[in-house]
Ligand binder design. Structure first.
Ligand code: SF4
Length: 462
């Protein structure tokens, strides 16, 4: 199951065989498999939760099977033309509905308009359960009549008895800063009553800082709270060559930032608390399946915060991981020995972003910042290297030479094919064609060579 925050209270939940969209308001979302059915849940009629244009977007994405689960407070006469031809289930409070894929929908009464949803579904053989509150919240307001606030809290708690003791893979809950000191009342009570593996605060009106405030005030939920705004895929498993788990963490940012082909150093942040929250969520998915993990960030491992480094050690030890792969720019060459000492309990494999042994190409075109020419010296502290192919000026001979030198000087190499991005360096179709036609077949089964035709082929990124 993959959960993607869309905007405000809008989420996309993808299971093995379906998409579930909750409270779409605005912004695009990654429905990429048009063959999967899409179930669109609307908790109530407020415009920040109900935008029927979502069905039009799904049509543009060529989705064929869509169902609307629309709260009863939106009357059929208010359905718009975007909903024509869509199968609609009018959701009443305190009811159960079975979707045509077998998913079970339970509704809760709301303290505002409409309903909240509990959706239980199969995810490739794994049972999943998610809770989306809509506007079901403890809406206590400063200055409001005491009796009204008490009634509100009583109602909220009464409505939540329907989920008391339940386990959820994920809960999506309002944390509305307009409530001031009372903004955590609803989420706090819910988390006392249910067991949740992941908590996504929502409805915070573009003030994601409330997530950090919540995490600071309730450290007991530190392991389950998610930084809702983070839309990256940060965990995957590479099953074929050199099987390993891979996590994409967030650091303070590449200190070098001069490579002319690179625009991905933007996945970084100066707020260490936010980075740590994101990294903790990513690392919590690690299982130790292969005892082998690759840990990357947009930059070098040395740009991860200290707490994240400690967490990596702890998590890898817990999961009986023996081998850790990190990446670093050459400018950190003289810190690698210390890092190996720090990770002495593990076998450390250091990967260098080399891109090419061709000095002129690497330094004059790519501005990689590696002043050394001798392959033996370059590889002295590194076990693995990245190469970048598919750029104008590269030849078949040059690419072959890089691979041969790479295999002679490193344990493993990873070939990245240049993808379109926002930099001035563009992928060159004829170079890529030469690689794919003449070189790829020779190395595709080589255990020491990873080949990424798209930069998300390892399953992480966006
Ligand atoms: S060192 Fe890595 S992250 Fe930094 S600019 Fe170069 S390719 Fe990008």
């Amino acid at each position: 199951m993959k959960i993607t925050y869309i905007y405000h209270s809008g989420f996309l939940v993808e299971s093995a065989d379906a998409y579930y969209i909750f409270d779409y308001y605005r912004a695009d979302f990654p429905v990429t498999d048009a063959d999967k059915p899409v179930y669109v849940f609307v908790s109530h009629r407020h415009p920040d939760h109900y935008n029927p244009y979502v069905f039009e977007i799904l049509r543009e994405k060529k989705v064929r099977r869509m169902t609307g689960i629309i709260s009863y407070d939106i009357k059929p006469r208010n359905y718009t033309s975007h909903m024509e031809g869509v199968e609609i289930i009018a959701a009443e409070p305190d009811k159960e509905y079975t979707l045509d894929n077998g998913a079970l929908v339970r509704t809760l009464r709301s303290t505002d308009k409409g309903v909240a949803y509990v959706v239980t579904f199969d995810d490739g053989g794994v049972p999943r359960s998610v809770y989306h509150a809509g506007d079901l919240n403890d809406w206590v307001w400063e200055g409001e009549d005491d009796r009204v606030n008490k009634w509100m809290t009583g109602s909220y708690r009464r409505y939540l008895t329907a989920v008391e003791g339940m386990h959820f893979d994920a809960v999506m809950v309002p944390v509305d800063s307009r409530q001031g000191d009372d903004m955590f009342r609803g989420i706090e009570y819910l988390l006392e009553k249910v067991k949740a593996d992941a908590v996504y605060p929502m409805h915070y009106w573009d003030k994601p800082e409330v997530i950090m405030q919540f995490a600071g005030k309730y450290p007991q939920y530190a392991d389950i709270i998610r930084y809702t705004e983070d839309r990256m895929d940060r965990y995957s498993v590479i099953e074929d060559k050199n099987p390993r788990e891979i996590v994409l963490l967030r650091g303070s940012g590449c200190v070098y930032k001069k490579c002319t082909f690179c625009d991905y150093y933007s996945d970084s942040g100066k707020d260490e608390d936010v980075n740590y929250m994101i990294n903790r969520a990513a690392l919590s998915q690690v299982t130790g399946k292969y005892g082998n993990i690759e840990i990357i960030n947009s930059g070098s491992v040395f740009e991860l915060d200290k707490r994240t480094i400690e967490l990596i050690k702890k998590r890898c030890a817990e999961c009986m991981i023996h081998t850790i792969h990190f990446e670093a720019h050459y400018l950190y060459n003289n810190r690698i020995e210390d890092l190996r000492r720090e990770f002495a309990d593990f076998e450390l494999k250091m990967k260098l972003g080399l891109e090419s042994f061709d000095y002129d190409f690497r330094e004059k075109i790519l501005h990689k910042g590696i002043p050394e020419k001798d392959p033996e010296v370059i590889s002295r502290n590194f076990d693995e290297a990245n190469f970048l192919f598919g750029i104008r000026g590269q030849t078949e001979d040059g690419m072959r030479k890089d691979i041969e030198l790479g295999l002679a000087n490193f344990e493993r190499i990873c070939i990245n094919i240049m993808c379109a991005n926002s930099t001035g360096i563009k992928p060159c179709k004829s170079v890529i064609k030469k690689f794919v036609r003449n070189i790829y077949p020779e190395y595709k089964d080589n255990e020491r060579v990873d080949i990424l035709i798209n930069n998300t082929d390892f399953g992480v990124g966006d």
